[in-house]
Design a protein around this ligand. Structure first.
Ligand code: URP
Ligand code: ZN
Ligand code: ZN
Ligand code: ZN
Length: 475
């Protein structure tokens, strides 16, 4: 049945205007004022903003990590995402050395299929560049529509790749039209510092942060930027936390390089002192890279406002405090890294960003949805409200005042890193391809209704202004 979203304040990355949206067959077919359609179900959005559904470019669902598996899988994780106004996620498909990439991709399809309630795509991790990888990757980029490759510069002896692998991945990405993503921290030096701390009996959660100083994030970010310049390729730095890394990204962009950066809600709003909470509660705030001194938050907000950083990803990677974070009792290096963020990403950015005057409403939409859709080959199907775009729509009431709490969140995890935080605004109704997934704050979706997204290659026709290349056109 057709749907008419009437009288809402429609907000895109470019415009803010009062209007109606007519949806048919899962896509937006008309936008105007005073629209009428006899055969359409009317959804009143008066007093609310109408945003394009959030696109979360960074999630880890059902992922084995740190000796355990994330608490949220594709069902609980995407449900929570939908409650939070996110209608598309791109999850990281981990690979194993010596096994085919296709096997890893099949495993990830198996995790999501029949479970996801919103649409999803995958990034693919590259940990080595062998003959098999060189033959498989172009096919996977093309046939699976996986146009982003992830290289870890940290997690030594687990996920870390060497610089040669990063460089060869950048070259391959340039040739094949993919975007290289890096976790930028110097894993070798961190490994040394962690061993040194443990040998000295420093086992508390705070040592997680003290053994991963910002210099090591800045150094790795600068190294990745330099290699991108040499390869004349394209780079997306995930979860940027500090001034040192922002400066490296800015320097690369100032040279005209195609460097993009993401930060996360935790780095914008929490600081390193949380790791000092007593009774091992600091473990709840263990992310890599770690939370930083509070002054970095303003650097990150300024970078979002000025465009030095372009996106906010959740880095959703939830572990229960009881039984999972507790694996690191007596040894901080065994605390599973990561936290629950998929649900609150959009609302916290709205409340702390727009309501507090740090970013504009249109910047908010750009950061939370549009730019990720463009960078990752989904625009204009996703990331905007326009004729022909998927009707992924969030009706958001900015007047709601509420408290974030694990008591009321929908993630499958026993704590919330923003527990007790007062925020303004709440997604009320959320549609994916024109179907209600959240209606008046109730889940009405269906596991398995989320579609796998075959993404376009980087650059061409995505709304990203790339340099001329031999294979693809320029915008
Ligand atoms: O601590 C984090 N960020 N956990 C998730 C894995 C990663 O490095 O993104
Ligand atoms: Zn990472
Ligand atoms: Zn991550
Ligand atoms: Zn379907």
């Amino acid at each position: 049945m057709k749907k008419l979203i009437s009288n809402g304040m429609i907000v895109t990355a470019a415009d803010t205007y009062l209007g109606d949206i007519l949806i048919d067959n899962g896509v937006v077919v008309m936008i105007g004022t005073g629209l009428e359609a006899q055969d359409a179900e009317v959804v009143d959005a008066s007093g609310c903003y109408v945003f394009p559904g959030g696109v979360d470019p960074h999630t880890h669902l059902d992922m084995p990590f740190g000796g355990t598996v994330t608490a949220d899988d594709f069902e609980t994780g995407t449900k929570a995402a939908a409650f939070g106004g996110t209608t598309t996620i791109i999850d990281f498909c981990l690979t194993t050395k010596g096994e085919t990439l296709q096997k890893a991709v099949n495993t990830w399809h198996g995790k999501a299929r029949g479970k996801a309630v919103i649409d999803y795509g995958f990034h693919l991790m590259v940990s080595e560049v062998t003959e098999t990888v060189l033959t498989e990757l172009p096919r996977i980029i093309h046939e699976e529509g996986i146009s982003s490759l992830k290289v870890f510069m940290a997690y030594k002896n687990v996920l870390q790749a060497d610089d040669g692998t990063l460089y060869r991945t950048l070259l391959l990405a340039k040739e094949q039209g993919a975007l290289v993503m890096v976790h930028a921290e110097n894993g070798d030096v961190i490994d040394f510092l962690v061993n040194e701390a443990l040998a000295a009996g420093r086992t508390e959660p705070i040592y997680h942060a003290l053994t991963r100083p910002p210099e090591l994030e800045g150094e790795a970010t600068g190294r990745a930027v330099a290699l991108t310049g040499m390869a004349d390729s394209q780079l997306y730095v995930v979860h940027v936390t500090c001034a040192e890394a922002v400066r490296q990204i800015e320097a690369g962009r100032a040279k005209g390089l195609q460097i993009y950066g993401e930060t996360c809600p935790q780095y914008l709003n929490l600081d390193v002192s949380y790791l000092e909470k007593t009774n091992f509660e600091g473990a709840k705030y263990v992310w890599s890279p770690p939370l930083r001194e509070a002054w970095n938050q303003e650097v990150l907000w300024n970078a979002l406002r000025s465009g030095s950083l372009q996106t906010v990803g959740s880095d959703q990677c939830s572990f229960n405090f009881k039984g999972q974070k507790e694996l690191g009792l007596g040894d901080f290096s065994k605390i599973p890294n990561g936290g629950p963020m998929i649900e609150d990403r959009l609302s916290v950015l709205y409340s702390e960003g727009v309501e507090k005057g740090r970013i504009s409403l249109n910047q908010f939409v750009n950061i939370i949805s549009t730019t990720s859709a463009k960078l990752f080959g989904l625009f204009p199907q996703k990331g905007t409200i326009a004729i022909g775009s998927d009707a992924d729509i969030v009706i958001f009431d900015p007047s709601v005042r509420r408290k974030i709490s694990a008591e009321t969140h929908h993630m499958n995890v026993d704590y919330n890193a923003f527990e007790g935080m007062d925020i303004m605004g709440e997604p009320i109704t959320v549609l994916v391809r024109g179907e209600f997934v959240i209606r008046d704050k109730e889940f009405v979706g269906m596991p398995g209704s989320g579609h796998y997204l075959h993404r376009k290659k980087f650059g061409a026709t995505n709304g990203i202004a790339t340099k001329p290349s031999s294979s693809e056109g320029v915008l």
